[in-house]
Design a protein around this ligand. Structure first.
Ligand SMILES: Nc1ncnc2c1ncn2[C@@H]1O[C@H](COP(=O)(O)OP(=O)(O)O)[C@@H](O)[C@H]1O
Ligand SMILES: [Mg+2]
Length: 472
């Protein structure tokens, strides 16, 4: 179906894959593996015909290609934002609905019904795409891709970010699809290699370092685990020039939410939520996709429109007290998928870390020598010193993610909110980030609220647990 011979491929002028030799037969299932920045996403994209062959041969006989990737998700998010901006009437743009998005791919009503059922999208059909939670929007992307009857399906970390039920549903759907479709997966974590994989391609520094076929995914995982060595990391955190004094509520808590409630037009996301976050007591938040984890964090930061109708005290400020969102942000560090999408920046890697001192998206103030030195120490810590002047927007998703995690941590904030921080990170970087979180937990200045689906991404110091799927 696809053949590359000594091919050098570029995508949008971004760094190419070099001397690529690869043959994909119709019906194959391949897994692309490799560390962050090795070129997995670029390789996947070069199969989508977005790539340009500079030298060598590249042929792709697939007729219909379906794609589920971060790039595709970003493309839809940006398209929604542009439609919103270009709407000059007085009407508020409510966004393209899930049903409209599915219709764009195919009007085959039977297939739409089947997919909506197996992915449990029924209750989302009339919602705007950009209102969806991360997991919900990923399911919509998958449904869209499958509605196009692809003969080639390209999937970037398709299971990441799903709760257990959704993960099982998506796995079943993809396994069934694999009987009739050539599938190529790019996976950040070895454990996410599908069990029906029959070939693996390993990348490092934009080159293929190994290719092998296997009986099944379990074989591939065993082999890859045996050649990937992991060690537990000891890390020392760069110290900010000044630590802002911790401001507390009257009851000595950092955050106090009483009877918290968020809902939309007859649909309640959660209610009767009482949460007290005391300094030094770290929290893990779990719950199924759409149960309100991101909503809860946005309520705390004041970024959610319903923050103001809730009884929330934070850092000694409470509703109507005249504080601005910036007063609150001074004490906060934050990372989420939405924040990542907002970072469509040409700023340098180093400046993105420094922007954490100024709570800005991009850097508009002149940094001091001290700021630069601290940012460089963080770059060192995450092994990105060579990329310090690289444009943020041209780095791979995993590298961007690491930088945003440093940005959130750089001032050792009183409260650090981490919403699925490890998305898109490879095994080694995930370990590194967990080690950083663990280190900050014991640093004394920072209290952490951590959202994660991954059972293996546990930080031992985080001992309080709120499950939004189980509020009663
Ligand atoms: N403006 C909105 N209108 C309607 N529903 C919304 C809106 N914003 C979010 N939601 C819904 O709220 C629910 C909770 O979303 P979220 O907090 O992102 O979930 P998660 O626990 O996966 O982080 C989801 O079902 C989402 O579709
Ligand atoms: Mg979420």
């Amino acid at each position: 179906m696809i053949i590359f011979e000594n091919a050098t491929v570029t995508i949008d002028g971004r760094k190419s894959l070099e001397q690529l030799n690869w043959e994909i037969e119709s019906g194959d299932c391949w897994a692309i593996v490799g560390p962050n920045g090795s070129g997995k996403a670029l390789l996947l994209e070069s199969l989508s015909n977005n790539g340009k062959i500079l030298t060598g041969v590249g042929k792709n006989l697939a007729k219909r290609i379906g794609i589920v990737s971060l790039h595709e998700q970003e493309r839809l998010i940006v398209r929604e934002a542009e439609r919103d901006d270009s709407d000059l009437t007085d009407q508020i743009f409510s966004g393209t609905s899930v049903q409209e998005l599915l219709d764009e791919s195919s009007l085959d009503l039977k297939l739409q019904r089947d997919l909506t059922k197996s992915l449990r999208l029924d209750s989302l059909l009339y919602k705007g795409f950009r209102k969806l939670s991360t997991g919900e929007s990923k399911k919509v992307l998958l449904a869209k891709a499958l509605l196009g009857y692809p003969d080639l399906l390209l999937l970037e970390d398709p299971l990441e970010g799903f709760d257990q039920n959704s993960s099982a549903e998506v796995t079943a759907l993809l396994e069934k699809n694999s009987l009739s479709t050539t599938q190529i997966y790019s996976v950040s974590r070895i454990k996410d290699i599908p069990s029906w994989t029959n070939n693996v391609i390993c990348l490092d520094s934009h080159r293929v370092i190994r290719k092998f076929s296997c009986n099944n995914g379990e074989d591939a995982k065993r082999f890859l685990s045996s050649i990937t060595r992991m060690g537990s990391k000891q890390v020392a955190l760069p110290v900010p020039p000044e630590k802002r004094p911790i401001r507390l509520n009257n009851d000595n808590s950092l955050v106090n939410i009483k009877n918290g409630k968020v809902g939309y037009l007859g649909h309640t996301v959660f209610e009767d939520l009482d949460l007290v976050i005391n300094p030094g007591s770290h929290w893990q938040i779990t719950g199924p996709n759409g149960s309100g984890k991101t909503t809860l964090l946005n309520l705390i930061t004041g970024d959610h429109p319903q923050s103001y109708v809730n009884d929330i005290s934070i850092f000694g400020y409470s509703k109507g007290g005249g504080e601005t969102i910036w007063d609150i942000k001074r004490h906060l560090g934050f990372i989420s998928n939405a924040l990542h999408w907002q970072h469509r920046l040409t700023a340098s890697a180093r400046n993105v870390i420094i922007s954490g001192f100024f709570d800005s998206i991009g850097l508009y103030a002149k940094p001091s020598g001290h700021h630069v030195r601290i940012a460089d120490a963080w770059l060192n810590l995450i092994g990105m010193e060579k990329q310090r002047n690289a444009r943020f927007s041209e780095l791979s998703f995993g590298y961007q993610r690491l930088l945003l995690i440093c940005r959130a941590m750089v001032k050792h904030p009183s409260l650090l909110l981490l919403d699925e921080p490890c998305r898109g990170l490879d095994e080694a970087n995930r370990e590194l980030v967990l080690a950083l979180v663990s280190r900050l937990c014991t640093d004394g200045n920072t209290t952490i609220v951590y959202v994660s689906h991954e059972l293996e991404d546990i930080v031992p110091q985080i001992t309080n647990h709120l499950d939004l799927g189980d509020l009663e």
